[in-house]
Design a protein around this ligand. Sequence first.
Ligand code: NAD
Ligand code: DAU
Length: 335
Amino acid sequence: MKLLITGGAGFIGSNFVHLVFNDHPGVSVVNVDSLTYAGNLENLKSVVNKPDYRFIKADIADRSAMEELFSAEQFDAVINFAAESHVDRSITEPEIFLKSNVFGTQVLLDMALKYKVDRFVQISTDEVYGSLPATGYFVETTPLAPNSPYSASKASADLLVRAYIHTFGLNAVITRCSNNYGPYQFPEKLIPLMITNALEAKQLPVYGDGMNVRDWLHVEDHCKAIWLVMEKGRTGEVYNIGGSNEWHNLDLVKELLTILNQPESLITYVKDRPGHDRRYAIDASKIRNELGWELKYDFPAGLRHTVQWYLDHRTWWERVKSGAYQEYYKKQYNL
Ligand code: NAD
Ligand code: DAU
């Protein structure tokens, strides 16, 4: 089987590449990534010399580059991870989110049709459903109500996938997952930002009252779910993926400080994210019941394992946090 993985140098994409080589020998992988600030080939050091692995630096929205690739290779499946993924950045610079997340997806859909790819998996997000009150869960039929430019771009891509299934008969499926955590996550996202700031004895910026709720899932559990959906998901269906693991941001930050043995005085309340969604929570019964997906990680163990990963990979995150990221950090937090 030959897979095209887009965005394979990012957090979830690189974890997925590792999962393929660890669990599915014989599968070959072409990884297309434009290497934005979030793409890091260091994440893939251990696979780079494998005969079944090839990296191509290209933008998924670059139609001629994609034509060249798809006309040269026959892919059995495309898994589209490539995207601008950070909500805060979408608030200050929405345009690139439309280019990569919407136009990029549309180019890939055209290529999948033209070159008769058997399966297209669109990696979407629970953020397309908007925000929940204190109770209730997102199910696959919850109406789309995206609130940020990021989630609007992801919802737009989902609708394009739906249209290509309906109009052209493309064999595609969509996954919508909750917040991931684990190794190789860029330290602009809550968990790695808090871990690495605490390790540098820097302030931990908590937005608003810290009472927003997210449903955390280990990235490996997410990747296993994606593999199952690719193999067995019903064409045209959406599958929610989540950890059944809701945390208020503030409690999670305090938990990380406990693990790291650092004082709560590092917590600093900062201006809230504009349009900040209050609560996400996923009902994952469809993927559990239909495809037999199960969680491997329990959260306390997964979180400790992740903290340990950042302790063991200080050079990785120090490099990632230097340079252009410093400028972004100053602008975003004024700290
Ligand atoms: P990430 O920002 O860590 O990685 C994104 C990768 O895509 C990077 O390697 C980047 O270089 C690449 N990329 C961006 N634009 C590109 C383009 N135009 N062409 C080619 N490559 C491009 O993101 P992530 O957290 O790994 O998220 C991966 C996917 O999963 C995204 O589609 C995101 O919306 C979705 N998702 C993420 C989460 C989460 O918690 N991180 C949860 C649910 C869904
Ligand atoms: O739900 C899935 C989504 O999860 C993915 O689609 C996105 O790609 C991914 O970035 C993530 O989005 P969030 O906005 O939920 O993640 P983030 O890590 O940015 O923030 C998590 C929560 O923590 C959110 O309520 C905002 C808050 N936060 C975040 C940062 C970066 C803070 O309080 N302080 C911060 O500095």
